[in-house]
Design a protein around this ligand. Sequence first.
Ligand code: AHR
Length: 337
Amino acid sequence: MFSTTKARTRLTGVLAGAAVLALAACSSGGDGGGDTAGGEGGGGGGDLITVGFSQVGAESGWRAANTKSIQDTLTEENGFDLKFSDAQQKQENQIQAIRSYIAQGVDVIAFSPVVESGWDSVLEEAKQAGIPVVLTDRAVDSEDETLYESFIGSDFVLEGEMAGEWVSENLATEPINVVELQGTTGAAPAIDRKKGFEDATADNPNVTIIDSQTGNFTRSEGKTVMEGFLQAHDDIDLVYAHNDDMGLGAIEAIEAAGLVPGEDIKIVTVDAVKDGMQALADGKINFIVECNPLLGPDLAEVIKKVVAGEEVEKRIVVEDQSFTQEQAIEALPTREY
Ligand code: AHR
């Protein structure tokens, strides 16, 4: 029987460099100026830990839930002075924000990298300044693991595999044509969810991916790309969207074309945020693999340990579940995000 729940795992990792930690613990911060700041600002908020957080953007319901979790957890009451900036899905904005946090002398920098590559220089600058870095949600592809203390986030390859396994077992008992809505080009979840799905369906000759393009994780681009798919192909059986928002955009395009989403064209997505779960419960999506956005509590715990010079896990893998239509109906009333 198809397994719908994956257990949370924590992989024990490497201890952060003691010298960096000691410096970080002593860091007094700079003169403020973050996009949003709590506490006394300026990195000198009494006993508060000053954290500079660079968020990817506001591209999806998942991202909104993730931002809320971080802002609700890294509060003054919990001992933090949070400086938060939104990079609007641009790597150059994140690099600029990180450099600004270095200049301000924050105690810790945390960020969710828009794309996987191109981080070594700025992370080296943070290291030289003695400011520890924690990655959340998305990974960097740097070979130098001393550039960050810990990476907290889901296993995106596993998410893609879970989607592919469900498709293979439940839909691809006969030949199906799949179109894929990829996430942001170069982003870890786009690369990994593609790979996971392809790996899980590789042995099933009934699965053919006939088209694959990026919808940049947004509902509007998901809709536009799906409109193009519908014009180019009259034989689409399944949309595999790397997030709910692109799947929801695809639903709009499918309905506008006079077809019934979830029936004429099946849809499988990743995230399981409220709007996606509602569409699943309504029968417009067929299956969703969760990506848990509630990373604030783990981030707070890791930061406190890093500043205290304690050992932290190099990789913290966050729990993900999956949902069928029936399970979505059951889960929706108590769904947190
Ligand atoms: O990195 C996580 C992904 O980013 C989410 O799945 C997607 O919705 C978001 O934009």
